[in-house]
Design a protein around this ligand. Structure first.
Ligand SMILES: [Zn+2]
Ligand SMILES: [Zn+2]
Length: 217
C-alpha cells in the first residue's frame, strides 16, 4: 500500500561554525519552500546547499538565542529575505550577542531584527504539514523545540541531547526548569520520535527515556 496522500517533507542538516551547532532544513519538495531551523554561526556552507538545491526559504526559526545557533540569522535573512522567528523570552540573550561571543573569544556576529515571536501552542505550516512550537525553558528562558508529528520529528535545540541535556550554567539557565521542560514537553511525545539535537548525533525520545543518565529518577 502506498500513502501518496500523506504529506512528506524533506529534512537535512549540517553542523556549522566552531561549536558545530546543527542547522536544519525542512522543505516541501513540491513547492521548494522551506523553513530553516538554527542558521548557525557561519551559514556559508548551508547557503551554498540551499542555492544548489533551489530552496525558497520562508522562515528562519531559532531554537534559542545563543550565538552558535542564531549568529547566522542576519546573513541568512539577508540572502533569503525570510523572517526570523525567536521566542520573546530570549530577546535579552539576543541583545547581548556581542557579550556571548566575547566570553568565547570569538568575533560578534551581525545582528538583525527578530520578525516574529513564536510561543507555546503556535503552529507553523509548510506544505500542509503542521510544525508545533513547544516552549522548553531551562537552557535559556526562550528555548523552543519544533515538533512535526506527521514526520515523527522533533528539532529540540540545546535542551535534550543523546545521553545528555543542555547546560544551565550560562545566564538564563535553570537546572530545575530544563528537567521540567524535558519531562513535561518532550518525554510525553511518542517514543519513536526522532530528535534532532542542537549538537551531536540525533536520538529518539524512547532511547533518552531509557538511557539518558540525566533523566534517571
Ligand atoms: Zn548550542
Ligand atoms: Zn545553547
Amino acid at each position: 500500500m502506498t500513502d501518496a496522500a500523506a504529506p512528506r517533507l524533506v529534512a537535512w542538516g549540517m553542523p556549522l561554525g566552531p561549536l558545530l551547532a546543527n542547522a536544519y532544513l525542512i522543505g516541501d519538495e513540491s513547492t521548494r519552500e522551506a523553513v530553516v531551523v538554527d542558521p548557525g554561526q557561519d551559514p556559508g556552507p548551508f547557503v551554498a546547499r540551499l542555492r544548489d538545491e533551489g530552496w525558497r526559504v520562508r522562515g528562519l526559526v531559532c531554537t534559542h538565542a545563543h550565538f552558535d545557533h542564531i549568529g547566522g540569522a542576519a546573513r541568512l535573512k539577508h540572502v533569503t529575505g525570510a523572517p526570523v522567528f525567536m521566542h520573546a523570552d530570549d530577546q535579552d540573550q539576543y541583545d547581548h550577542l556581542n557579550l556571548q561571543a566575547q566570553w568565547l573569544g570569538m568575533p560578534a556576529p551581525p545582528r538583525t531584527e527578530v520578525d516574529a515571536n513564536p510561543k507555546e501552542g503556535d503552529t507553523l505550516t509548510l506544505g500542509g504539514v503542521a510544525m508545533h512550537v513547544l516552549h522548553t525553558p531551562g537552557h535559556t528562558q526562550g528555548s523552543v523545540a519544533l515538533y512535526i508529528p506527521a514526520e515523527g520529528l522533533l528539532i529540540g535545540g540545546d535542551t535534550l541531547f543523546r545521553d545528555s541535556i543542555g547546560r544551565t550554567d550560562l545566564p538564563g539557565g535553570d537546572a530545575k526548569q530544563i528537567l521540567k521542560s524535558i519531562r513535561t514537553k518532550l518525554l510525553v511525545l511518542p517514543e519513536e520520535t526522532r530528535v534532532i539535537c542542537g549538537h551531536g548525533p540525533e536520538t529518539t525520545i524512547g532511547r533518552e527515556k531509557e538511557l539518558n543518565p540525566f533523566l534517571r529518577d
